[in-house]
Design a protein around this ligand. Structure first.
Ligand SMILES: Cc1ncc(COP(=O)(O)O)c(C=O)c1O
Length: 395
């Protein structure tokens, strides 16, 4: 029996149903099947007409995928969720659901580089417009809205600058203009931030990151406040585009969810210690971590997040050249893209994850050329700090 009064960590472990409702299995079964038999011709016809109960084909829906969607909707406190084969499939399907040719949306300009690349490379072919603005100032969002605008997209905290956007403020603007608000909640996870409760309509995740948590799965998910909108996304767009999650990957994410709270607690504890170490280091120019009191958006972070997470960024004195030397000198930290894994990952965004940004766009989005992004893992933090210290000695 699942109690509503249980806290997040308990709910994440026990799930919305307290195990598999059919067999009682604590670990849900993996339905590794592409197709499902009909009881008779009428049953098949009913399923296709949407009036029958059951499964048809795993591009349309699979029971393991459905179990993941139930749990993510439960933890984000939404009505319904839809899982995808990647975060980008989740984001692109969201855009195609909300916008048609000739329409547009307003997006924060500090976002994941792959999302920015999708804007640049794919949307112009479909005549979908996007206005990227500095969303730290909400006036910029409001000024960019016109009669063809359909939604606002923000990512908070943002990859890689850790910039925050005021979710409640954006929701007010969206309501005033009758637009949807979409929030990429990858960095915070529902453990630390629940955008739907702050006024958002849709939450998207690269579930590849903290939801999976072990660097072994690429996946995405959208969670919606309105069942109607989610049905439109599922039946009107997603099933035909086909960016579906595999049953095994859905199962890996269900397993990841059980440890989400403990992992996030450890990521955050470690990130705070690393941020403090960097903030006082003589070779560091600037640290970007909203958990530090010196961070300009620390108060906003406290007002919409319950904790600050495991991501941070910093600049080394000496700019790009010193930054590259630093990254080459680390030993424990793994030089790799992605984030939210158990292992600490280090990357130079301007030449990797954000290489889709021109020099001008980097400047506009406030991403310094020499910025280093650290996804702080769950190792012993003393080992992480010792590794960073030995790297500093080499530059
Ligand atoms: C904030 C954010 N959103 C979306 C994505 C895209 O997710 P995926 O790589 O799973 O397609 C990423 C990937 O790094 C990300 O960091």
């Amino acid at each position: 029996m699942v109690k509503k009064s249980w806290r997040f960590a308990t709910l994440a472990v026990h799930g919305s149903e307290g195990g598999d409702p059919v067999t009682g299995a604590i670990s849900p079964p993996i339905y590794q099947s592409s197709t499902f038999s009909f009881k008779n011709a009428q049953h098949g016809a009913d399923l296709f007409a949407g009036t029958g109960q059951g499964y048809i084909y795993s591009r349309l829906m699979n029971p393991t995928q459905a179990a993941l969607e139930r749990e993510m909707a439960f933890l984000e406190e939404g009505e319904e969720a839809l899982a995808f084969g990647s975060g980008m499939a989740a984001i692109s399907t969201t855009v195609f659901t909300l916008c048609r040719s000739g329409e547009n949306f307003v997006s924060a300009n500090a976002i994941y580089g792959g999302t920015h690349a999708f804007y640049l490379k794919v949307l112009p072919r479909l005549n979908i417009g996007v206005q990227e603005v500095n969303a730290a100032d909400l006036n910029h969002i409001e000024e960019a809205i016109n009669e063809r605008t359909r939604f606002i997209f923000i990512e908070t905290p943002a990859n890689p600058t850790m910039d925050l956007v005021d979710i409640r403020g954006c929701a007010e603007i969206a309501q005033r203009h009758n637009l949807k608000l979409v929030v990429d909640n990858t960095f915070a996870t529902p453990y630390y931030q629940k955008p739907l409760l702050l006024g958002a309509d849709l939450v998207v995740h690269s579930a590849t990151k903290y939801i999976g948590g072990h660097g072994d799965t690429v996946a995405g998910i959208v969670i919606g406040k309105s069942r109607e909108l989610m049905r439109e996304m599922r039946k009107g767009v997603a099933q035909d585009i086909g960016g579906v999650i595999s049953p095994f990957n859905a199962w890996l994410l269900l397993r990841g969810l059980k440890t989400l709270a403990v992992r996030m607690d450890r990521h955050t504890e470690n990130a705070m210690r690393v941020a403090q170490f960097l903030a006082f280091h003589p070779k560091v120019e600037k640290v970007y971590y909203p958990g530090l009191r010196i961070h300009p958006q620390h108060e906003l972070a406290k007002s919409q997040m319950s904790n600050f997470g495991g991501m941070l960024a910093f600049e080394v004195k000496g700019g790009l050249e010193a930054g590259r030397k630093f990254i080459d000198a680390v030993r424990l930290c793994t030089m790799a893209v992605s984030l939210g894994d158990c292992d600490t990952l280090i990357v130079h965004p301007a030449s990797t994850t954000h290489s889709s940004y021109s020099a001008e766009d980097l400047k506009k989005a406030g991403i310094p050329a020499g910025l280093i992004r650290l996804s702080v893992g769950i190792e012993d933090v003393n080992d992480i700090i010792e590794d960073l210290e030995q790297a500093f000695k080499q530059i």
